[in-house]
Design a protein around this ligand. Structure first.
Ligand code: COA
Length: 352
């Protein structure tokens, strides 16, 4: 079996900064409430028609490709993680391939739909392909354009204030040094909680998600009803739903659990982690996890204050920032961990 290594990292965030104060112009919220509950001070929103998940992914990828020192045509596989794809179908992977100008290479493009855990799931998939020798060079990207799909009225405030746009990318390559690279990845899911953090509409469920009825009740849909009905638009049902407290409680349990699971497998302790890069769900969740793992401040990277929660993009953006800051060096033990919609969660341990 081969080992895979991250040889290049990059990120891209849109220029437009949206502060908490900016949001108060649309909804009844406050900087104080948002900062106290989530730690978020501002986030970025992409430019309509100019920036999309695939264009942002391409910007992040170009940096990662350059840093890896590879020719873009060497990419054997693209793995694209997003919940906010440019199109309902096809997925963003083929659009990214086109955007990068490597379509003629015919490299496959795989889309990963595991929301906040998307990057860790994608990393695990990429790692398996490299380990078995099937591919040598894989481009893995997480990219999100949340600002297109949020409810900016007061009704949507608990969800809307949390999310932001951005992209992060990593080039993974077969490692020549067996001691370095991805040591393990651990993935989990519990579909019983699928609707607790979800965007139900539009979808092929054939029913009608109605928030005003008993939770997730369905109204009869008629043949000829499409993904999007006038009633969905009228009732504002085309937005994400989140059971915030359940997400919080479950996340603070699952993060440490899945990190310990990975540590146990490689025979390391939390103390040995040089840098934990958690999915930037909420600063309070990260602080809780840090405390439970007894990590020092310098052992964890948080940047949700600047970007909000960028779902599949949050780990590669944070990982790139930590690396750029010189906080991740050769030989360091790096831990990635995520939790989110599905519920899905996972971790990865990397010897840098
Ligand atoms: N601004 C001001 N008030 C808000 C608000 C906002 N943006 N959002 C919700 N509120 C209000 C609610 O309406 C409620 O008011 P009420 O008491 O008058 O009914 C009050 O604040 C408390 O709401 P609640 O939903 O109980 O808040 P909370 O303490 O659970 O905090 C979250 C909400 C979303 C911040 C919190 O649940 C959380 O962080 N959950 C995890 C979310 C997360 O990490 N998601 C990403 C997962 S990958």
């Amino acid at each position: 079996m081969y080992r895979s290594r991250i040889t290049g990292l990059g990120y891209y965030v849109p220029e437009q900064v949206v502060t908490n104060a900016d949001l108060t112009r649309h909804m009844d919220t406050s900087d104080e409430w948002i900062q106290e509950r989530t730690g978020i001070q501002e986030r970025r929103y992409g430019k309509r028609h100019e920036e999309t998940p695939s264009t942002m992914a391409a910007e992040a990828s170009k940096i990662a490709i350059e840093r890896a020192g590879i020719d873009k045509n060497e990419i054997d596989l693209i793995v694209f993680a997003t919940l906010s794809s440019d199109y309902y179908f096809p997925g963003g992977g083929v659009l990214l391939q086109r955007e990068l100008g490597i379509s003629e290479s015919g490299c496959p493009a795989l889309d990963v739909r595991n929301q906040c855990s998307g990057f860790v799931y994608g990393l695990s998939v990429a790692d398996q392909f490299i380990k078995t020798g099937m591919y040598k060079t894989i481009l893995l990207v997480g990219s999100e354009m949340h600002s297109m799909g949020l409810d900016f009225s007061t009704r949507g405030r608990a969800v809307t204030v949390i999310f932001g746009d951005g992209a992060g990318a990593a080039v993974l390559q077969r490692s020549e040094d067996d001691a370095r690279g991805i040591l393990t990845t651990k993935l989990h899911a519990d579909g019983r909680f699928a609707e607790e953090l979800a965007m139900i509409n539009p979808g092929s469920h054939g029913g009608y998600f109605d928030e005003d009825k008993e939770k997730f009740g369905y109204e009869e849909a008629e043949y000829g009803d499409t993904f999007i009905t006038q009633k969905m638009l009228d009732d504002g049902l085309l937005f994400p739903y989140m059971h915030g407290q359940l997400v919080f409680k479950t996340a603070v349990r699952k993060f440490p659990e899945v990190i310990h699971e990975a540590l146990k497998e490689v025979g390391a302790s939390a103390k040995e982690i040089k840098m934990l890069v958690p999915h930037q769900a909420n600063l309070r969740i990260s602080q809780f996890v840090q405390k439970l793992l007894r990590l020092e401040d310098k052992q964890i990277w948080n940047n949700i204050q600047k970007y909000g929660n960028t779902t599949a993009a949050s780990i590669p953006i944070a990982l790139t920032e930590a690396w750029e800051a010189g906080e991740i060096e050769d030989g360091d033990l790096v831990c990635l961990a995520a939790f989110g919609s599905g519920f899905t969660w996972g971790s990865a341990l990397i010897r840098w």
